[in-house]
Design a binder for this molecule. Structure first.
Ligand SMILES: Nc1ncnc2c1ncn2[C@@H]1O[C@H](COP(=O)(O)OP(=O)(O)OP(=O)(O)O)[C@@H](O)[C@H]1O
Ligand SMILES: [Mg+2]
Length: 365
């Protein structure tokens, strides 16, 4: 995919998000710029508290009441939605243009309503009819039911007629997550944000849900944002990866570039802690130290205190973006031409070696 040729659906520019808590202000997102391209799968990865959920919730006006976009723009179809204030404005975007799937299906479904009713309500609320003159209320009950059943089939729910009349608690976890996805796609959004969509599910179901999302992406031409701590999960689903640390995107590139040519020491650390890379008998790599307090102003590279490769300047000045390729950039002073050459940790070299070995084996076949 050549991104320079591709339409941008959403563009976040220098977004700063703050919260007040017990009379103090914290900065959760520190000037993030990120573009979403039509039809792509972008994964946002980073440790707990790095700002993945807060950042993406701001695309839908879903920040908690004590939070706000302090500066920057979020452009969606030419409109700066970061300025939206009223629920009425957000209702034009939320669900209809940008929809979200959360980790825990039980919290996103209404336990008191049948599966069918929840999908129908979304269809009725948001459905953009092919004929603009046709108002949503013109859809008859029988039509919305037919649409709901079709969506249930689309998300791989067996016996949709029976499921239609069931309540969420009557379904398994995997089925419930499929229903959540059905509700999310019911109004044909452009962008689907999946926040840890498979974390609560076991591995087999996880794979099924990811496969389902990929299928729906093609069918509905969705742009998907996957949020996860688990880089292992995104390897198979993401076109691009954005790595977040302490409220900032520190590296962004095509999936292969992040896995096989990572540049930021935080990305190295994140990759090194992948269980799949562990060596039997050796303890798993763990990033030492803790992320910085978001209540204080962060000087330099936020990762510097935990970074064994940190340069003096990392403690002084925030690194700018350095371009690695037209699709790959990283915010690390190590990419400055004046920086000393450092060799990434051995585990990073191992990922590349594994791939080369695999490719050689494929070639030999
Ligand atoms: N309502 C709130 N009030 C105060 N601080 C908040 C609020 N919501 C989020 N934060 C803070 O913003 C930061 C980013 O949180 P966020 O939930 O986006 O992290 P995350 O990357 O999604 O983490 P996880 O992987 O655990 O879901 C955290 O430090 C969090 O404590
Ligand atoms: Mg989160």
């Amino acid at each position: 995919m050549d991104y320079r040729q591709t339409e941008i659906v959403l563009s976040a520019r220098d977004v700063v998000i703050k919260f007040t808590l017990r009379g103090k202000t914290l900065t959760a997102i520190r000037g993030v710029s990120l573009d979403l391209y039509k039809g792509e799968s972008l994964a946002i990865v980073g440790e707990s508290g790095s700002g993945k959920s807060v950042f993406t919730k701001s695309f839908m006006g879903m920040l908690d009441a004590n939070g706000w976009v302090d500066s920057g723009e979020i452009l969606y179809e030419g409109k700066n939605i970061a300025r939206y204030k009223t629920e009425k404005e957000w209702l034009e975007i939320r669900g209809k243009e940008i929809a979200m799937v959360f980790q825990d299906p039980m919290t996103s479904l209404n336990p008191l309503k049948t599966v069918g009713l929840q999908i129908r309500e979304t269809v009725e609320l948001h459905r953009k009819t092919a004929n603009a003159a046709l108002t949503v209320s013109a859809l008859k009950a029988s039509e919305t039911k037919a649409i709901a059943l079709e969506i249930l089939r689309d998300v791989g729910i067996t016996e949709p007629e029976r499921r239609y009349n069931q309540y969420p608690h009557e379904l398994s976890g995997g089925m419930r997550q499929r229903v959540v996805i059905a509700v999310a796609v019911a109004c044909r959004p452009n962008v689907l944000i999946c926040d840890e969509p498979t974390t609560a599910l076991d591995v087999t179901i996880q794979a099924q849900i990811l496969a389902l999302l990929r299928r729906l992406q093609e069918k509905y031409r969705l742009t998907i944002v996957y949020i996860t701590h688990d880089l292992g999960v995104v390897a198979n689903v993401a076109d691009r990866i954005a790595v977040m640390y302490a409220g900032d995107v520190v590296e962004c590139g095509a999936c292969d570039e992040i896995f096989y040519d990572p540049q930021h020491p935080y990305t190295w650390a994140l990759l090194s802690s992948l269980p799949q890379l562990g060596v039997k008998g050796e303890p798993l790599f763990a990033i030492r130290g803790a992320p910085p307090s978001l209540y204080k102003e962060i000087r330099g590279d936020a990762f510097a205190p935990r970074n064994p490769y940190a340069l003096l300047i990392d403690f002084e000045e925030r690194p700018p973006w350095f371009e690695v390729s037209p699709t790959h950039k990283a915010r690390t002073w190590l990419l400055d031409p004046r920086a000393p050459r450092v060799t990434p940790p051995p585990l990073i070299a191992r990922i590349r070696e594994r791939r080369e070995r695999r490719e050689a084996a494929d070639d030999a076949r």
